[in-house]
Design a protein around this ligand. Structure first.
Ligand SMILES: Cc1cc2nc3c(=O)[nH]c(=O)nc-3n(C[C@H](O)[C@H](O)[C@H](O)COP(=O)(O)OP(=O)(O)OC[C@H]3O[C@@H](n4cnc5c(N)ncnc54)[C@H](O)[C@@H]3O)c2cc1C
Length: 592
């Protein structure tokens, strides 16, 4: 039975105490929201790929679709349990496995936006293909690209970018999942600069392939990142996992027995390993967001075709309101997700150092939206969806892992909220008001009044003014939402002090408010750019989709703000403890 009072585990170490990589001077866009600020210059004008890169990406997309049409059948891939060496070779030859790698190392030199646009297409074709190629480039060799020495880049990147070799990212262990800091795999330095590696990793994509970036811990030097190749003595990938979905992804157990890793294979500096891992994951998460964009586009295509073809009660099921509601929901949510995803990649391309919150938000929003969209799409296809000759069941099985891997979504929610609260807490400390944080719990009404008046005094109202004049009525409520996000965050800090770390239900609400505010801003920025480029009339339909998204997101923010004050959290937590104590649900109407 799970202990009721295991308080050590209520504060998620990976989510809370993540060292902030390359702490920027200015808070990022999402962190600014917690301060009650709206740095418009980071989000307007909406970023757009330069013409040359657009053409480059369009060429790569054509090649990708051609390769998929000629060589790739998701059903066959499921059966043979591998995406196919011929597919990997063709993708490599077309440049599709070295998308962001510098041209000097044989890559395509794409920006993050260009890379993610191609990842979107991988997501549209098939999840196994998206994951195998994502493990390779989004996380596998990303560490070498970001932190490798010139010699390491020259040694590894040309083969990896051309797909002659495949890379993996080895972080997870049998006892180390979300709490990735707590690695048991050990690496100890030798006198000649080499490292002795011992331990085991589980669930590693491409784990039996050519290049593995392995994360381990040293007793004396902290976390280290090592480039491990299978020719080193003591490396083994003894078995492959049998999985629910993503059956084309070769998922391995990997062991290291006294492996001597040469000094030239240390990535970055010893002690930097955890920072490297977190940086890579921050990067990788963005392509999960755009991969979800691609996958939902495919689901909408499937559903629109199906609901028009299928007739019941003497009419196409497309005519029923409850069918239309599902299609409309997918369309409008997709618009917001796409706007937020490419706003995030665009911020990174503009040189914003810290997009860790934004990429976590995109990962949460994208993977959960995809899951619910796949369920709706499945529902609309009725019993047909249950048949294995249709794609729906495979899609559901494949994508179920997305909210779990590359950062479990609940851990990321805590990360978003606590990172925002930390920035706000630091500011309060500057104001010498931190002593209030340990004060006893106050009546929330009083605290909120105090906070709201202080916000009005200190901070210029967070207005989104760089939007098309016709959109101003929709942009106006965002000011109040951001002010309330700050006020509520400050209230929580004052009420709970550092115990706010344990308040996960409130953290979840703060994270969702920040996500929905960001979604509205991204959407208004995107549609403004479209209206400015093509005129209000030509973009009327797009504007209708965007406006619907913004109104619905604003409604969700209002709801979450209310729930911060008025909720049944205490009852729910008590209920969980009751259930733990009873060791199960424990009530049977008809015991037998
Ligand atoms: C198909 C697949 C591919 C993978 N590929 C790779 C790979 O290539 N490389 C690699 O290193 N790893 C890989 N993984 C591992 C993956 O990253 C982990 O599954 C993930 O990090 C979560 O760890 P866990 O599964 O041990 O879950 P746990 O950490 O045990 O978490 C389980 C659940 O507990 C809850 N939880 C945990 N902590 C908290 C908290 N602080 N607050 C609230 N709730 C919490 C959440 O609901 C969470 O979903 C893969 C896994 C799968 C299944």
């Amino acid at each position: 039975m799970v202990s009721e009072t295991n308080s050590e585990h209520t504060a998620p170490r990976a989510a809370v105490d993540v060292p902030q990589p390359d702490e920027p001077v200015e808070p990022s866009f999402a962190k600014s929201l917690f301060l009650g600020e709206l740095p418009q210059d980071l989000v307007t004008p909406y970023p757009r790929l330069q013409r040359d890169e657009r053409q480059h990406v369009a060429r790569l997309l054509r090649d990708l679709r051609r390769i998929a049409d000629e060589l790739y059948d998701p059903a066959v891939v499921e059966q043979q349990r591998w995406v196919g060496d011929d597919v990997i070779a063709a993708l490599g030859e077309a440049g599709l496995l070295g998308l962001y790698v510098d041209e000097a190392y044989g890559g395509q030199g794409l920006s993050q936006t260009g890379y993610c646009r191609v990842s979107e297409e991988f997501g549209r074709i098939d999840a196994s293909l998206a994951v195998v190629t994502g493990v390779h480039q989004s996380i596998g060799y990303k560490g070498i690209h970001l932190f490798g020495s010139q010699e390491q880049k020259e040694r590894f990147l040309p083969d990896l970018a051309a797909g002659r070799k495949l890379a993996g990212f080895a972080l997870t262990e049998p006892t180390t999942g979300s709490d990735a800091y707590d690695l048991q795999t050990r690496a100890e330095p030798e006198s000649d600069g080499a490292w002795r590696l011992n331990g085991e990793k589980r669930w590693i994509g491409n784990g039996n392939r050519d290049v593995l970036v392995v994360f381990a811990r040293s007793e004396t030097q902290g976390h280290v990142a090592l480039i491990v190749t299978p020719d080193l003595d003591g490396v083994d990938a003894p078995f492959r996992y049998d999985t629910l979905g993503l059956r084309g992804n070769d998922l391995r157990h990997v062991t290291f027995s006294d492996v001597r890793v040469p000094p030239e294979n240390v990535l970055g500096e010893p002690g930097d390993g955890f920072r490297i891992a977190m940086n890579v994951l921050n990067n990788g998460r963005m392509s999960l967001g755009t991969g979800a964009v691609g996958a939902v586009k495919k689901l909408i295509d499937l559903s629109v075709e199906h609901v028009h073809r299928r007739e019941q009660f003497g009419q196409p099921i497309a005519e029923f309101e409850l069918v239309q509601e599902k299609i409309a929901w997918m369309t409008t949510q997709l618009y917001g997700l796409e706007a937020t995803s490419y706003l995030t990649t665009g911020m990174m391309d503009r040189g914003v150092d810290d997009v860790s919150l934004e990429s976590a938000m995109v990962k949460i929003a994208g993977t959960e939206f995809l899951w619910y969209a796949a369920n709706r799409s499945f529902q609309l296809a009725g019993g047909e969806a249950y048949m294995n000759d249709q794609p729906y069941a495979r899609i559901l099985r494949d994508i179920r892992i997305f909210p779990i891997f590359e950062g479990a979504n609940d851990v990321l929610r805590a990360f978003v909220a606590l990172s925002g609260l930390k920035v706000l807490g630091d500011e309060l400390e500057e104001l010498e008001e931190l002593d209030l944080l340990s004060a006893p719990v106050r009546s929330s009404g009083l605290v909120l009044d105090h906070v709201r008046s202080r916000v009005r005094r200190r901070v210029a109202p967070p207005r989104l003014t760089h939007v098309h004049p016709q959109l101003r009525p929709l942009a106006a409520p965002i000011t109040d939402q951001i002010q309330q996000l700050r006020a509520s965050s400050e209230d929580l800090l004052r009420r709970h002090g550092s115990d706010v770390k344990t308040q996960q239900l409130q953290q979840k609400r703060l994270a969702h408010i920040a996500m929905d505010v960001t979604g509205q801003v991204a959407t208004l920025s995107r549609i403004t750019a479209a209206m400015n480029a093509d005129g209000a009339d030509a973009t009327a339909t797009e504007r209708f989709i965007a406006e619907t998204y913004v109104r619905r997101a604003a409604g969700r923010v209002t709801e979450q703000l209310e729930r911060l004050e008025d909720n049944d959290d205490a009852a729910m937590l008590q209920l969980a403890r009751v259930t733990y104590r009873r060791g199960g649900s424990g009530f049977e109407l008809y015991p037998g």
